[in-house]
Design a protein around this ligand. Sequence first.
Ligand SMILES: [Zn+2]
Length: 204
Amino acid sequence: MDKINNSSYLCRPVYSMVKVGELNTYKVELKNMREDSCLYEYTLDSQFFADIEAPDVRKGNLTVTLSVRKTGGAYALSFHTEGTVTVPCDRCLDDLELPVETDDRLIVKLGTDFAEEEDIITVPEEDGYINVGWYIYEFIMLSLPIKHVHAPGECNAAMTEILSRHLATETAEETDPSDEEEDTTGNGDIDPRWNDLRKILDNN
Ligand SMILES: [Zn+2]
C-alpha cells in the first residue's frame, strides 16, 4: 500500500447495482471522473476467474491496485497485481500454485467506437467507462511462466502413473479414426487436457 500516492482518492465503482457474475465491479468511470486521479482496489478470488470463464485457473487470491489519472485528453491506468493463482500442472494435473506480481499500464481515450491499438484503448464516449476485468485477467495470465509444471520430483507420482496407464490404454484402443476426430473437438467426453498431456508424454 506504500505505493499509493497521498493525493489519490480511494474510489468505488460508480455502479451501485453491482451484479456478481457480470463483472460490473470492474467498470471504471472515466468521462465523469470527479477528481484528476482515482484509486481502485480489487480483491480477486476464485469467483473472478469463474465469472470471466477462465477454465485454466482453478483458484485465485489476488489484490489489484488501480490508479487512474486524467492527463489531457487521455487516462493513464496503472495496475499493480499481486497474489497467487492455482492452475493444473501440465504434467500431473494436480493443483499448482503460482505466485503473481505484475505492474501494467493502459492508456485509455474516449472516441466514437471501441478500438485497441498496442496499449492504447479507445472506448465510446457515450459509455464513458472502461471495464478492466478482462485486462486484469490478461495481465495475470501474461505474467505466468509458459510451462506450468511442479518442481522436479514434486509431481503427484500416483497421478502420473494413472495417467500414463490411461494414455497407454487409450492409444491401444485408437483403431477408429472417426472416434479420434470426435475427441479433438473438445465437446466429447475426453478432456482436451488429455491431448496436451499425451503430447508431453510422447516427447519424453
Ligand atoms: Zn505436477
